[in-house]
Design a protein around this ligand. Sequence first.
Ligand code: HEC
Ligand code: HEC
Length: 267
Amino acid sequence: MKLLLRILILGLPFFLIPMSPPLSPAAKAEEPDFFQPPSDKEIPPGPFGDLVRRGERIFTKTGQFATRYVGNDLTCESCHLDRGRKPFAAPLWAAYVSYPRFRAKNHKVSRLGERIQGCFRFSMNGTPPPLHSETIRSLVAYAFWMSRGAPVGTHMKGGGMYRMPPSRLPPDPFHGKSVYTARCALCHGADGQGTVSGHDVAFPPVWGPRSYNKGAGLAKVAKLAGFIKMNMPLSKGDSLSDQEAWDVAAFIDRQSRPPDPRNAATP
Ligand code: HEC
Ligand code: HEC
């Protein structure tokens, strides 16, 4: 349905855009050996497989399968591309093996379930599901399944978001606006609101009331620039220059979005 919407909106040319995971040419040359997660076909029958499949459904259709915890028009997959498999889009296979981990955001050693709660609160502008809820248990099972055979205790190539080298010139939101118009507006809309029909997110909003809030990871310009550099335009990762990625991130960062809920808590 999501794909159908995308095709309807973009018309035939979109068929010509390859939908396979866009490995950046640079990343390909230097790091040919990203971890290969198991395919969906290998999910076993029985209670474990059921939980994994449920986790995948929640991940790709979060508004539909975890409705009461979601406060915007995004899905987990809006940022963790290819159902959580794409390198440099914080893939789940790398995430699973790097928790528990210390996080400066809350000064504690967090478990994976707690990290996922954070994405619900900030990136999904919603309410964190309880740790023992079926929602968190399913998502953890999905990540666990995807990390099958991954090495523990080392940083995995392609894990997390891409870390941008520092910007040589200060990021320029005015130039960023023209990059946005030329390379992004086709899908995300000139007004940044994307296209969403019910629970089907064809193109997610990149700012405004239905996007991630100001406490989210992508609300930091450097993290957003790194995400954009490796992943956007969709299926054309690593086609913007570093400066274009910084500039368009600075432009998006200037637009309005929901407040950081941590500030709302203090009167
Ligand atoms: C608006 C974008 C966005 C959305 C939507 C989003 N996340 Fe995230 N997520 C991030 C960012 C950014 C990070 C931090 C990655 C980093 O710091 O390298 C992250 C980190 C994570 C991590 C830890 C990854 C790691 O390697 O440490 C997990 C697990 C995760 N998210 C799961 C989810 C789940 C499950 C959902 C849906 C309920 C979700 N995320 C929705 C942006 C998002
Ligand atoms: C061909 C369509 C297309 C183009 C062009 C495109 N995007 Fe995206 N973008 C998407 C889709 C689709 C997703 C969500 C991924 C998914 O659901 O599989 C996404 C996700 C995002 C996200 C994370 C989710 C959110 O809503 O914040 C950001 C940020 C983003 N895009 C920024 C950009 C920027 C900046 C550009 C231009 C440089 C761009 N995109 C160009 C289709 C596109």
